[in-house]
Design a protein around this ligand. Sequence first.
Ligand SMILES: [Cu+2]
Length: 305
Amino acid sequence: MNQQDLISTTAAIDPVFMLIFGICLVLLLGITVVMIAFVVRYHRSRSPQPTSQSDGNVWLETIWIVLPTLLVLAMFWYGWKEYLVLRTVPKGALAVTATARMWSWEFRYANGKTSSKLYVPVGKPVRVELVSKDVIHGFFVPAFRVKRDVVPGMSNYAWFVATNPGSYDLFCSQYCGIQHSAMVTTVEAVPEVQFTAWLNQSSSGAVGGKLDGRKLATEKGCLGCHSLDGTRKVGPTFKGLFGSKVEVMHDGKMLNIIADDAYLKESIRQPGAKIVEDYPPIMPANADLTDEQVTALIEFIKSVK
Ligand SMILES: [Cu+2]
C-alpha cells in the first residue's frame, strides 16, 4: 500500500460519525416537531371528543418498518466497513509496544529505546502493541479516533497514522485507580528525518553517559505516586526519604528501619517486601530496570531533600 492509498483512521471514522450523527439529528428533529404539532393539534380544547378511529394503514406501516430497517442496516454496513480499517494495519507500519501500568505509559521501539511520549514519524502508519502490567487500561488518542482496551494477559493492538506534525493527547480511557488521571502523555508526530535521529539517540535517561535519575523517575511513572515536595500521594514522598526512619510491615511484623541504599534498592526491586505503614501494597515490581537504573533512581531519591 503506498502513501496515496493510505487512509488515516481519522479519515475513516469521521464520515461514519457524521452519518450516524446526521441520521440521529434528523430523527430527533422530526420526532420532536411531529410530537409538538400533535400536542397542539389534538389538545383537549380543540378536540374534546375523539374525532376519528383508524384501524391501520398498510402503506404507513410498510414505510415505518422498511425505512428504519434500511437506515439501521446502512449505519451498520458503513460502520463495519470503517471498523475494518481500524483493525487492518497497513503494511510496513512502525512497530511500537505501549506498556500501561498504574499509572504511566512506556513506549518501546524495535531497537530497545524507550520513551514516556509516543514519538512517531509523520505520514507513516504506526502499529501499537498494547500491554498491561497490572489492571485494565485504555489506549485513547482522540485526534486519531483510536481507543482500545489494554487488558492484562491479552494481546491487543491499535494503529494510526499522523498526517500532520504536532503534539496529540494520549489518555488512559479506563478508570484504573486513584491516579488514573495522571496517565496522560502525548503522541509527538515529527518529520521522519527528525524521528530517525531521535530514535538513534542513546536511550532515554542518559545524559553524557550518566543516567539521569530524575528523568528516569518521571519516565517510569514513579512520580505519579511519590511526590517530591512532601505531599502525601499513593506512595510515600521522596522528600527527605533517604536516611529517615521508616515504619514498615515485613512478614506481618512491624519494623523500624532506616531508609538506606539497601532498603531503597529492595523497595524498587520487590516493593512488596517491606510496606511502609499506612500505605497500600500496590506498587508493581520493577524487574526490567537495570542495576545502573536502580542506582540512578536511588541517587535521585537521595538528592530530594
Ligand atoms: Cu490506566
